[in-house]
Structure formats: structure tokens, C-alpha cells
Write a protein that binds this ligand. Structure first.
Ligand code: ADP
Ligand code: MG
Length: 397
């Protein structure tokens, strides 16, 4: 899709840019434990400052459910953002109305203000047109830099985009470019890796990917359901036996669409769910006892996967290949991640990954910086992988 970016703006002197960011940061004992989301917003804020705009930041925090909940105020973010930007960030105690208007009026060109939690208003999550009008009244242009909130059609992510000239911010643009390179218009051959615990949470994702990719490796707990559907023993492994027919349908669909499916050739089994549990590696087809649980893919599976990655130009990855939290059952995930990172670093592969546990697994493997792009957008990333329209992105088009 095409959307306008800040490169399409030349001068914003005397104008106010209303910018949706994701400042829903993790907090412990009143301290921000990870300020990645603040850092991600800096390029957009700085670019708008350079263009001469006043910058009004809109964000949500936690789930106040349409009421003012003082403990969910965004006020504590303003000093942290000030420190990162090196300029004072003003704070308005409401995101619409006279408080916000007054703070913005008093601010100089290039000034930055953070507005209070948009979710203090019920109209935010219901995408109330009147609330969107109140938001739009504060700005001359709208910039969305919160891809991670783009799967929600809320007033500050969707409604307001129709009321002002709308642009993708710098990190939104980066994310959309990466996602487009991975699945929208990828260089082929393409391979996907889908792992994680359950097929049931990733049905839409699997169905979308088999229609788009040249190859798809299925790993993690969800591979057990596919192995079971094909008649293999899975012992006491995580397995959704009721999804047998669904798994077979996905395999059939893949065949019809010319997507090669890679399932484990060998597996690592243990009986206890704990780190360093006694384990053995067996070929697929080996007899598993009733207590055996498959916790990881084996070395033959990894070798096959590496071979296919080596012959691919684009990789899209969601879901670990095993119980990576418990070594040594992190082995397949780490080996595949390191190989994908090497291929990416030598310019042979575009590798894009995302998902809560996937990001944790890639961090564990130490390769987040070496992939082309790792999305921390969670739900928005998964919905995009499922082929769904993201309302916050569509509204920019
Ligand atoms: P993401 O958050 O990246 O979308 P998921 O939540 O779908 O990923 O899956 C991650 C979880 O899957 C991890 O907690 C991991 O331990 C689990 N998992 C992977 N392989 C297995 C397996 N063979 N048996 C049980 N759980 C598994
Ligand atoms: Mg998860």
C-alpha cells in the first residue's frame, strides 16, 4: 500500500503535529524497566521539531477502560522522554479540551508536549467520531508512529486519521517497509518458520502463509499436532488432537498452493518439563513411551532447515522451534536463529521476525541486531502475518 511519510512534508512552522506513539512501557515500582518504546519515537519527534512543528504526543497506557485512573497517568513518561530528547517535554493533564489546547498554545515552535492517556476517555476505544473531532481540533496534521497499536480501530489510531492530513511516522514507515519486504512483495524463494505452542492460536497465520510462501517450516509444540495427524506417535507431548483434520487440511492447502511444508525429521524428547532434564534424540517414527514429551527439533531437522534457508532469499519467522526457555531444548531455535543471522549479515537473506516469545528467543540467541528487522509489535505483527487489514495502517492510505 502507499502512504505519505514525513518526507512529503517540507515546512511545519506555525503548525502542530498530532503524533500517535506507543508509550505503553513496562514499569516496576514506578520505574520504566525498558525505554525502547520511547527511543523508537525519537526520530519522528526530532524530524518534526526540525520542520518547525509543535509536537503533541498521543498515547495510551495500561487499561483504564474509559475512566480517569490516576495510577495510569502518563505523566511519569514526560521526564524520561525529556532526558532522551534533551529538551523539556510539557505535559497536559487531558488529551483533549482546554487543558491540552492551553499547553500547546504556550509552547514554542519545536516544542514537545505529551498529552494524558487517551484511554481515560471512553470514546478512544469505541472510536467515537466526536472524540476524534476533539483530538483533531488540536493539530494541523496527524502522524501515526505506533504500528503496535495499528490493529485497533481506536479514535487516536484510526478515527482522527480521516480528519487531518495523515502521515506514517519514521518507525511506522520502517516497520511497514520491513514487513512489505518480508511478505508483501518479497524476493523469492521465500521461507517461513512458524513455531510456538499451539496450532489453535495460529490457524489464520498458517492458512495465510501457505498461500504466500514457497516453503514453510512448522516447529515447536504445534508441529506435534501435524505429526500426530500424519499418524506419528507423540507420547505425552503438547498436541491438539482435536485439530487433526484442520492440520491435514492445512497440509492439503499447502500442496495445492505449491508451498513445501517442512516438519521435524527428528525430535528431542524428555519426560520432565525442566531445564537439563534427561533427554534423547530420536528419529521420527521411533516409538515414544506414554511419558515422553517432544521439547525440541533434532539436528537432522535443523540441518534440513538450514539448507532451505540457504536456498531462500527471504525469511519470515514467528514462534520458537522448541521450549527455548529450558536448555538444552533451546538448541534448534538458537541454531536456526544464528544461521539466519549469518545469512542476513552476508547479504544473502532478508530475515524478518516477530512475536513476544520469538523476540525473547532471538535475544537469547543474541541475534536481534543481526536480523533485517525484528518486530516488537506483538498483536499487530501477528494480525499482519495473518493477512488482516490493520485499521491504523489502512487509514493512512
Ligand atoms: P510468540 O509469542 O513468539 O508468538 P508462542 O507464544 O506461540 O510464540 O510460543 C512460544 C512458546 O511455545 C514458548 O513458551 C515455548 O516454550 C513453547 N513451545 C515451543 N515448543 C514447544 C514444545 N515442543 N512443547 C511445548 N511448548 C513449546
Ligand atoms: Mg507468546
Amino acid at each position: 500500500m502507499t502512504f505519505k511519510t514525513l518526507d512529503d512534508v517540507t515546512d511545519l512552522h506555525g503548525k502542530t503535529a498530532l503524533v500517535r506513539v506507543d508509550f505503553n512501557v513496562p514499569v516496576e515500582d514506578g520505574q520504566i524497566t525498558d525505554d525502547t518504546r520511547l527511543r523508537v519515537a525519537l526520530p519522528t519527534i526530532e524530524k518534526l521539531q526540525k520542520l518547525g512543528a509543535k509536537v503533541a504526543l498521543l498515547a495510551h497506557f495500561d487499561r483504564p477502560k474509559g475512566k480517569v485512573v490516576p495510577e495510569m497517568s502518563l505523566k511519569f513518561v514526560a521526564p524520561a522522554l525529556s532526558a532522551l530528547l534533551g529538551t523539556t517535554v510539557a505535559f497536559a493533564s487531558d488529551c483533549v479540551g482546554p487543558d491540552a489546547t492551553e499547553v500547546l498554545k504556550r509552547m514554542p515552535q519545536g516544542g514537545v508536549a505529551l498529552l494524558e492517556n487517551v484511554r481515560f476517555h471512553a470514546g478512544e476505544e469505541t472510536n467515537d467520531p466526536e472524540f476524534a473531532v476533539q483530538l483533531a481540533a488540536l493539530g494541523d496534521i496527524y502522524v501515526n508512529d505506533a504500528f503496535s497499536a495499528a490493529h485497533r480501530a481506536h479514535a487516536s489510531t484510526e478515527g482522527v486519521a480521516h480528519l487531518l492530513p495523515a502521515y506514517a511516522g519514521e518507525s511506522m514507515r520502517r516497520e511497514l517497509d520491513a514487513l512489505n519486504a518480508a511478505l508483501g512483495a518479497p524476493v523469492r524463494p521465500t521461507i517461513g518458520i512458524v513455531g510456538g505452542s499451539k496450532v489453535s492460536t495460529k490457524l489464520d497465520l498458517l492458512k495465510n502463509l501457505v498461500g504466500k510462501l514457497d516453503a514453510l517450516a512448522i516447529g515447536g509444540g504445534m508441529a506435534n499436532t501435524f505429526l500426530y495427524a500424519q499418524g506419528h506417535e507423540v507420547g505425552d507431548s503438547l498436541c491438539e488432537k482435536d485439530l487433526k483434520d484442520t492440520a491435514l487440511e492445512i497440509l492439503k492447502e499447502a500442496e495445492a498452493k505449491g508451498c513445501r511444508i517442512l516438519l521435524p525429521l527428528d525430535v528431542v524428547v524428555a519426560q520432565e518439563f525442566k531445564a537439563h532434564a534427561a533427554n534423547r534424540t530420536v528419529d521420527l517414527g521411533a516409538v515414544l513411551s506414554a511419558d515422553d514429551k517432544i521439547f525440541d527439533a533434532g539436528p537432522r531437522t535443523v540441518a534440513q532447515l538450514k539448507d532451505v534457508i540457504a536456498n531462500s532469499k527471504t525469511l519470515i519467522w514467528n514462534g520458537p522451534l522448541g521450549v527455548f526457555e529450558l536448555p538444552p531444548f533451546d538448541a534448534a531455535t538458537v541454531a536456526a536463529a544464528k544461521f539466519a543471522a549469518e545469512q542476513t549479515q552476508s547479504g544473502k537473506l532478508v530475515a524478518v521476525a516477530g512475536g513476544g516469545d520469538t523476540v525473547a528467543a532471538l535475544n537469547h540467541a543474541g541475534v536481534v541486531q543481526d536480523m533485517t528487522f525484528v518486530s516488537t509489535a506483538g498483536g499487530a505483527f501477528l494480525e499482519w502475518m495473518e493477512g488482516k487489514d490493520l485499521p491504523g495502517v489502512s487509514a493512512l492510505g
